[in-house]
Ligand binder design. Structure first.
Ligand SMILES: [Fe+2]
Ligand SMILES: [Fe+2]
Length: 158
């Protein structure tokens, strides 16, 4: 992997994280009256930290962080603009989990590629690992909340 390739992969994460900031922000408003809304607000600010730390690494490589547009749609198989308006918490949790898992898979892939190619720094690996851990924690909360809702739905079934 050469430097240009690394920059382009980091730009992909930069865009994904930006998309997630917007998504969680809109969800925090949609579910403002619920605990989930507070969690989405918190997640949005953690994703913003990821935007910033990836952006810093791109700059250190001598490039300008560049948003490459909507990277969510190919991941979720829906138009990203459409899911922003979703009001069904179960569906929202499912789609968020899908996106977090994609982020984890790709962070893991990039970390492995960097290690195998002896390219990039220990510091970059640490940033990517920390982001991965955050996404892992996000995923666990989303799954827990989803199973809570599904159990509730089951118990309330006539
Ligand atoms: Fe993130
Ligand atoms: Fe996340």
């Amino acid at each position: 992997m050469d430097k240009e390739k690394l920059i382009s992969r980091l730009n992909w994460f930069y865009s994904l994280e930006l998309n997630q900031v917007d998504l969680y922000k809109s969800q925090s408003k949609a579910f403002a009256k619920e605990y989930a809304g507070l969690v989405f607000e918190r997640l949005s600010s953690i994703e913003q930290r990821h935007v910033d730390n990836i952006g810093t690494k791109i700059k250190e490589l001598g490039a300008k962080p560049t948003a490459i547009g909507d990277v969510l749609s190919p991941v979720i198989g829906h138009i990203a603009g459409k899911i922003i308006g979703w009001r069904d918490l179960t569906e929202v949790l499912k789609i968020n989990t899908l996106i977090e898992q994609k982020a984890m898979k790709d962070y893991k892939g990039l970390i492995e590629d960097i290690k195998n190619n002896h390219f990039g720094s220990e510091e970059l690996i640490k940033v990517l690992q920390n982001n991965f851990i955050d996404e892992n924690l996000h995923t666990e909360w989303l799954k827990t909340k989803l199973s809570e809702l599904q159990t509730l739905a089951f118990c309330l079934d006539p």
